[in-house]
Write a protein that binds this ligand. Structure first.
Ligand code: BG6
Length: 493
């Protein structure tokens, strides 16, 4: 593949949690895999109150890579990565040290190079940081990666898009959603559009429901300040789950280039029916209000389950069930497509009835490394016609050279350097999602308590999608020989 041109990468929020857990380890993994440009420099930045020396930033990066990276910080690759790091503090009213650090980085590369700004900062700092890039000459020859949330509702998303586009033309804006960089999400495009076995069935004539399920076992992890004003709907649903829904539901693009791919995905968002409060269950785990930094009367949801509809020719009438929450029984990332049943009259009806929820499905586990399974009914050997569910499965683990795989952030940062916007979200698509969310945001149903380690507020979550179940087969059941998942089986399994 083509290597990116030489780059100076500026990491705003370099002292924060995202940089520590994902961005610094991810950049180092790209360096170790030989995927960074020949000439690159990484400038960490943060407000003056969190300023660091270059050496302190190198130590910070070392510790982050050691704790969270797949590639460990040793040897010549680490040495040259470390030498590429420097730090330049910046406040909107005083960008001096950052300007100096970027100039020094460019000089060491032999003159002006491409710039990539990664804004891993709180939403409250977006506008002033982008303004600062525009007021200095930093925005020249530059692309910008913007982190979610892209606003908190339609009006704020529009305002944010205007702020960004006042400085950066849309062709230089990379709104990042790391779920879209996951290998097994990208693979949905291959599964659907490279196989005659699946695509002809991928519509309302053959599919009765779609489930996108991302329960998490993690709790707040010290992120109360961010989470209190955000909640599960804005943190996970309008971002990751609906982006995945876009990939699952889109029509075939004429090519995988950024324009056609995003056109088709954005049409799905445009076709989302308004999300009504009655189609949503909001939950809050017991004990959330006692977490440090959480208001004692907080109504922030730590769980959201929804029934949404994509009102177009392919999907009209097919419910999409979305679920995500903190402190649940399992950490999973699973898409299920429930296929319509053929008439089962010729089979003993009681057997077919018992088993019907267990066959007839396509299941895509997009947790790393991920697997895909088709569940179908088969005849159990013996004199009688007894139906039993069986599985055809593909597991990524062990199937290909896993070392070639990149994590979501790694893939997307590389794409941004290459200028490939295919897997990034556009202003218009984001605004369609917020527009569909308006009825819910204006009138959210009350939060219902749930026990940590459970599956959210019951019976409301089950009733929301009845008569369909929440279906979450254990990995060990699909791929014998794998360790399976922790916790109890999903409800409705
Ligand atoms: C982040 C959310 O974007 O995604 C977190 O802010 C969530 O709350 C995380 O835990 C999940 O991503 P992953 O890749 O760690 O499963």
């Amino acid at each position: 593949m083509t290597a990116p041109d030489d780059h100076v990468i500026v990491l705003f929020g370099a002292t924060g949690d995202l940089a520590k857990r994902k961005l610094l380890p991810g950049l180092f993994h790209l360096a170790a895999a030989g995927l960074l440009p020949d000439g690159y420099r990484i400038v960490g930045s943060a407000p003056h109150r969190s300023a660091m020396s270059d050496d302190a930033f190198r130590t910070h990066a070392h510790d982050a890579v050691a704790a969270f990276g797949r590639s460990k910080p040793t040897g010549p690759v680490w040495k040259s990565f470390e030498e590429s790091l420097s730090f330049g503090a910046a406040d909107p009213e005083d960008p001096g040290p950052l300007l100096a650090a970027v100039r020094a980085a460019e000089d060491s590369l032999g003159g002006p190079s491409r710039r990539l700004f990664h804004l891993a900062i709180p939403p409250s700092a977006f506008a002033s940081t982008i303004g600062m890039l525009g007021d200095t000459d930093l925005a020249e020859n530059a692309k910008v990666i913007v982190e979610k949330p892209f606003g908190t509702d339609l009006a704020s998303a529009r305002a944010l898009n205007e702020t960004i586009n006042a400085v950066f033309d849309e062709s230089r804006v990379f709104r990042i959603d790391h779920f879209l960089g996951k290998e097994s999400v990208d693979n949905i495009l291959a599964l659907r559009f490279a196989n005659g076995m699946f695509e002809p069935n991928w519509n309302r004539d053959h599919i009765s429901y779609v489930q996108i399920d991302v329960p998490e076992t993690l709790g707040l992890e010290g992120r109360a300040h961010f989470y209190e004003g955000t909640g599960a709907f804005r943190d996970m649903i309008v971002t990751h789950l609906i982006q995945v829904l876009g990939i699952v539901a889109m029509d075939p693009p004429v090519s995988l280039a950024a324009g056609p791919l995003r056109d088709e995905k954005d049409k799905v968002f445009e076709a989302l029916r308004p999300i009504e409060p009655g189609d949503v269950v909001r939950g809050q785990y017991e004990g959330y209000r006692d977490e440090p930094g959480v208001a004692p009367d907080s109504t922030t949801e730590t769980f959201a389950a929804l029934r949404v509809e994509v009102d177009n020719w392919r999907w009209a009438g097919v419910p999409f069930h979305l679920r995500s929450g903190k402190n649940l029984a399992q950490r999973r990332q699973v898409i299920t497509l429930g296929l319509r049943e053929p008439p089962l009259r010729m089979f003993p009806t009681d057997l077919a009835g018992q088993e019907r929820n267990r066959g007839n499905k396509i299941v895509i586990d997009f947790g790393d490394p991920g697997w895909i399974a088709a569940r179908f009914l088969t005849k159990e050997p013996g004199p009688a016609m007894r139906l039993e569910p069986a599985t055809m499965a593909f597991g990524y683990a062990g199937s290909f050279c896993e070392e070639n795989g990149l994590e979501g952030y790694e893939r997307l940062i590389l794409d941004a350097m290459l200028g490939d916007q295919s897997l990034f979200t556009r202003a218009g698509g984001i605004e369609h999602i917020w527009a569909a969310s308006t009825p819910l945001l204006e009138n959210p149903p009350p939060v219902q308590p749930y026990a940590p380690g459970s599956w959210g507020p019951e019976p409301a979550v089950g009733e929301l999608i009845a008569p369909y179940p929440w279906y979450l087969p254990d990995a060990a059941e699909i791929l014998p020989g794998t360790s399976g998942t922790s916790g109890t089986p999903g409800t409705g399994t």
